[in-house]
Design a protein. Structure first.
Length: 75
């Protein structure tokens, strides 16, 4: 999955989180339906953070990535 794909999904309400087992991009939850998820490579997430596209929040035991700077460039 490209950086642009990740950005588009985050803008559409998806979550990017790390619960100690890698980064997972998850669709918004819908009752009584399985959630669509994708494992995202650690190097991609770190690159997006270093570029200022993502910031991390750690409120409890889950590290959440938050979209900071939307971009329209193709990656």
């Amino acid at each position: 999955m490209t950086k642009q794909d990740i950005i588009e999904k985050l803008q559409n309400g998806w979550d990017l989180a790390n619960r100690g087992r890698g980064w997972w991009l998850s669709a918004p939850r819908v009752a009584y339906r399985s959630t669509e998820t994708y494992e995202i490579d650690e190097s991609t997430v770190k690159a997006m953070k270093s570029e200022g596209i993502l910031e991390f929040d750690l409120p409890y035991t889950t590290l959440w990535a938050r979209l900071v700077k939307p971009t329209s460039e193709e990656n």
